[in-house]
Design a binder for this molecule. Sequence first.
Ligand code: GDD
Ligand code: MN
Length: 363
Amino acid sequence: MTLELAVILPTYNERGNLRALVDRLAAALGTTAWEAVVVDDNSPDGTADEARAIAAADPRVRVIERIGRRGLASAAIEGMCSTAAPVVAVMDADHQHDPALLPGMLAAITSGDCDLAYASRFCEGASTAAWNRPDRERASGFANALARKVTGVTLSDPMSGYFMMRTSDLRATAPKLSGVGFKILLDILATAETPMKVKEFPLEFAARAEGESKLDRTVVFEFLVGLYDKWLGRIIPTRFALFGTIGALGVIVHMAVLALLLQVAHVPFLAGQTLAAIVAMTFNFVLNNSLTYADKRLKGFAPLLRGWAKFALTCSVGLLANIGVAAFLVRSGVHQYPAALAGIVMAAVWNYALSSRFVWGKY
Ligand code: GDD
Ligand code: MN
């Protein structure tokens, strides 16, 4: 019997859900030759141990355990690349995705009806009633709309985590996928060289069986960053855009603090300006550390203090560059405001270039 289908199950803390899910897969797939690949990121609840216990008694189940790694999309990619089956599916391991859709999806792919079959929560005939999370439903709707705008993908639910495709197609796009966050389906569709023919399967999206969702603020932030990257990333690099936006917010913080110090505390201008600059710079440092450089985040009191001091040093050099450039332009006859703006841009580029190496780099 040759292998027909691999079902990839990315897991993080899904110990209590696995055994029943494998039973449901077996029931749904009947005589199809299938395997399930559990890709677990060293879950603290021992999901990988449970998966190995199931696999020991059922050779259709395999386990990939990743150490020191996190992420649904990258887990799905690694699982899909690990199989010899000609067709792969990815689904959540928490019973929100009904395995009963698998045979229909497989038939649609093997018959050549489509290149990619996926389960939609939001198309005709689908339902999210049992989900019981109106907040998440709204958020998903918003994310889907945004994703459609930016990527041109027109599905009703490009954020779905339940889909199936030919493994060869996946391997062809895999090197170009970002592997960040949850948006694996969207990423595959937006990256595919030739547009894929997609078929939607209405899904009755269930409530999670056990445990809790791993979609947190970090995943949402990564999603937005990813969209930006696709949209303008080639013109203005994502990190610089973040750095610049945070810098602009810093200007507002500076002005607010300065106004407070001058109007309310009646401190002299020089003291007020200095204090406001320190507050704004600290604000920028904290935000850049947790957002722009989330992947290189400094942690712990001493590293943070050292990072802050280096950032302050970087910014003071940037300030000199700012004043130097602006003064030079004014002297050369440029109007004061454009000159000031050029100085600010100059300082932003300088601060960015320097702090990326000096504060968050390997130096
Ligand atoms: N290996 C691994 N690593 N698996 C993960 C990770 C991770 O870091 N994070 C989540 N998973 C697994 C979960 O264990 C689960 O099996 C599946 O990925 C989906 O995660 P959930 O935490 O259940 O996501 P959700 O239900 O909140 O999100 C749903 O909607 C998203 C879009 O709105 C899912 O259907 C997602 O697939 C979908 O992208
Ligand atoms: Mn879920």
